[in-house]
Design a protein around this ligand. Structure first.
Ligand code: GTP
Ligand code: MG
Length: 189
């Protein structure tokens, strides 16, 4: 499937009733600053659709985008960012949990973005376990592969696969667009 249209619908801080329950959802989840919002821009080919920043903690609401007038892309705030106050972190975590685990909304896919340079962290593993327990269809994009030296690439990918190879892991870069076709297929195919 091709992505032919994408539009920002709204940002919400409250889950119940956030959008009429008509269309399927594809949710983007991951640590702060891994490139969730950038990935949404790259797959829709619309720079600036989702707001990005080099400072972690940019997305503070659940942002909803309508794709092809057929499904919603859901850009979630990042988890695990230590520099945000404890109170703010708890608020964001509860917003994420309330959407993913305590709402009537169902996701046809949950796309977890990890940082390919860092690999899956303890926070990522915890989130994966929760997603699995709730029966989510998980796709993982290992983003920022442009930052890995080519001499290190295979070693780094093996490290990632050793930890989370039971899921579909797509090496990805929003900068070079490597992996774009595979990611779009995994999300909407
Ligand atoms: P929060 O909303 O804070 O949770 O962050 P996010 O996961 O939405 O990250 P965002 O898309 O805002 O990107 C964070 C930073 O990573 C920005 O400076 C992006 O330019 C950069 N970035 C995103 N994707 C890539 C990539 O593939 N390669 C490189 N080198 N940088 C990237
Ligand atoms: Mg973001």
């Amino acid at each position: 499937m091709k992505i032919t249209s994408a539009a920002f619908i709204k940002g919400v801080t409250h889950v119940p009733g956030m959008i009429p329950p008509k269309l399927p959802h594809v949710a983007f989840i991951g640590r702060s600053n891994v490139g969730k919002s950038s990935t949404i821009n790259s797959i829709t080919k619309m720079d600036g659709l989702a707001k990005t920043s080099s400072f972690p903690g940019k997305t503070k609401e659940i942002n909803i985008f309508l794709i092809n007038e057929k499904f919603y892309l859901i850009d979630l705030p990042g988890y695990g960012f230590a520099k945000v106050s404890l109170e703010e972190r708890a608020k964001l975590q509860s917003l994420i949990n309330s959407y993913l685990f305590n709402s009537s909304y169902e996701q046809s896919r949950v796309v977890m973005i990890i940082d390919a340079v860092v690999g899956p962290t303890a926070d990522d593993m915890e989130m994966l376990q929760a997603l699995e327990q709730h029966g989510k269809q998980i796709v993982i994009a290992a983003n920022k592969i442009d930052k890995i030296k080519s001499s290190e690439y295979h070693k780094q990918m093996k490290k990632i696969h050793d930890k989370i190879g039971r899921y579909l892991v797509i090496p990805y870069s929003t900068k070079t667009k490597k992996g774009l076709g595979e990611l779009i297929d995994a999300i909407v195919g």
